[in-house]
Design a protein around this ligand. Structure first.
Ligand SMILES: [Zn+2]
Ligand SMILES: [Zn+2]
Length: 125
């Protein structure tokens, strides 16, 4: 028997789902932060060596990247909110969950990006 806290089950449930959502948002944030960090490492390396970011990325041994967040790969494939399959929208070059109607990738930092600047708030109407 659970200890009584004087809290209604509904309040407890609401608190639990708010806590879960906070955790998921933190995961999303860590993923975007990691991607941004990787980009800046690659940009620097590319500039130093006079190559493209992609070439710097291919040269793994010379370009150590920060450690990726736990579960990153799984979150690239399955939505961490509903468990649905993540899809790629080729028009905006971004991943999204069709069930939750949300982008799972934040926009990039380039103000002139041909994809991100035109990206709508929601991936599906
Ligand atoms: Zn989802
Ligand atoms: Zn972009």
């Amino acid at each position: 028997m659970a200890k009584r806290t004087g809290e209604s089950p509904r309040t407890a449930l609401r608190k639990a789902s708010a806590a879960r959502l906070r955790l998921l948002r933190r995961e999303d944030k860590a993923d975007s932060k990691w991607l941004a960090e990787c980009h800046s490492v690659l940009r620097e390396a590319a500039k130093d060596r006079g190559v493209t970011e992609f070439e710097a990325w291919l040269d793994h041994s010379r370009t150590p990247l920060p450690l990726r967040p736990t579960g990153f790969d799984k979150r690239q494939q399955y939505c961490n909110r509903c468990g649905g399959r993540i899809q790629l929208n080729e028009q905006y070059d971004a991943r999204f969950c069709g069930t939750c109607r949300r982008w799972t990738e934040s926009k990039c930092s380039d103000p002139k990006c041909q994809f991100c600047t035109r990206r709508p708030a929601r991936p599906v109407p």
